[in-house]
Design a protein around this ligand. Structure first.
Ligand SMILES: [Zn+2]
Length: 199
């Protein structure tokens, strides 16, 4: 796979999480990013689980023979995007007057082959999370992928059960099923949120 040696620096939000990690306030940073920016912040890095691994291959949800190598920096833009091979095949079918078969979306291999977030995180850490979680911040994701969505909902429920805090930070609103699970919805950029908290 490609290297993770990103030229980018960690964001303000990463630095905020790193502060939390340094005071034991952060149990775990579950990230869907594969940019590996956490690597540059050792405290945060030690508490980070990369749900999508560091894979550089995306596979079509409909046809596993449709596989694509992607550079880490393109991963976020391409995951859940329409499969280019399906699009080509489908276009030809339609041009030949045949019925459209539809187009699959690209997913990471880890999620495609049934190893959902739980198996990436590991039973031990997952147990610890559910036993201790009293705050959940969901940031910079629309939670459109089913298994991280389900995990985030379960963690929110566990935090709420402890009278804990649940926060959504993103430019877009949370999925409808999260409306009753969230105490605060901050519509905006993660770094703006980090600046507010740090101030
Ligand atoms: Zn396809």
């Amino acid at each position: 796979m490609g290297t993770c040696a990103s030229q980018a620096d960690p964001t303000k939000f990463h630095h905020l999480l790193n502060c939390f990690a340094g005071t034991d306030r952060l149990l775990c940073n579950l990230t869907q990013n594969i940019d590996c920016l956490e690597d540059k912040l050792p405290l945060l890095s030690s508490k980070t689980v990369q749900l999508h691994g560091r894979l550089d291959t995306l596979v079509c949800q409909r046809r596993s023979s449709h596989a694509f190598q992607v550079a880490p920096e393109d991963f976020q833009a391409r995951i859940m995007s329409p499969c280019p091979d399906c699009e080509t095949v489908d276009k030809e079918r339609v041009q030949m007057g045949k019925r459209s078969h539809g187009v699959g979306v690209l997913q990471s291999k880890i999620l495609l082959y049934g190893a959902g977030p739980e198996s990436v995180i590991g039973d031990k850490l997952l147990d610890e999370l559910f036993q201790k979680v009293d705050a959940v911040i969901i940031a910079g994701t629309r939670l459109q992928i089913k298994s991280p969505n389900r995990l985030a909902a379960e963690l929110c429920r566990a935090a709420k059960w402890r009278n804990g805090l649940t926060v959504w930070v993103n430019k877009e609103r949370p999925p409808r099923e999260f409306e009753s699970l969230l105490d605060y919805v901050a519509l905006g950029d993660c770094d703006e949120f980090a600046s507010l908290i740090a101030a």
